[in-house]
Ligand binder design. Structure first.
Ligand SMILES: [Mg+2]
Length: 182
């Protein structure tokens, strides 16, 4: 399978608030990994706000939830400091290491797990390599991307171009709205 095929998410939704979690639950999904930066909060925000905290707390009633982030301990710990939620920092997505560690921490099966994230090159690519589901969301605030992410966005453009050319139907359904979101 080519790289571009491994960068195709199972679905796209405009934000974490718009995902049909009930449907996922009915499909037997019991574990959710969330990327942090630009998925839950913008990179230039330090802590989750009340709305974000309450929303994730509600999800924790139905799912095992974990934050899987490529950023450093200090950042993730501060962002989640008002929450009782497991997290992994320096996850090195798209490498499999962080995903496998997360599955172990939650005692979850990959068939019953989804990751929700805003990047094809890390969240979606990593998920497909490990064999878990993925939902792509629009970045909370694209302008706040870090340097490494700006680099990934360049690769992402090439990947998107490839998918558009080779799998136009899938592109229209799952990636076009993502491209138009920023
Ligand atoms: Mg992100």
């Amino acid at each position: 399978m080519s790289v571009y095929q491994k960068c195709i998410p199972h679905a796209y939704h405009a934000s974490i608030f718009e995902i049909p979690y009930q449907t996922l639950k009915e499909q037997g999904i019991n574990s959710l990994f969330f990327d942090l930066d630009n998925t839950i909060i913008a990179y230039d925000e330090a802590e989750l706000n009340h709305k974000q905290i309450e929303f994730i707390k509600e999800l924790q009633k139905d799912f095992k939830v974990l934050v899987l982030s490529n950023t450093n301990y200090k950042r993730v710990n501060l962002a989640l400091n008002k929450m009782d939620i497991p997290f992994i920092w320096h996850a090195k997505k798209p490498l499999k290491f962080g995903f496998n560690k997360a599955l172990k921490m939650l005692d979850s099966k990959k068939e019953e797990t989804y990751i929700i994230g805003d990047q094809l090159m890390t969240d979606v690519f990593g998920a497909n390599r490990v064999g878990i589901g993925s939902i792509l969301v629009a970045s909370v605030k694209r302008k706040s991307d870090r340097m490494i992410t700006k680099f990934n966005r360049i690769l992402e453009k090439f990947i998107l171009k490839n998918i558009k050319k080779k799998l136009p139907k899938i592109y229209d359904e799952r990636l076009k709205p993502y491209v138009l979101s920023h």
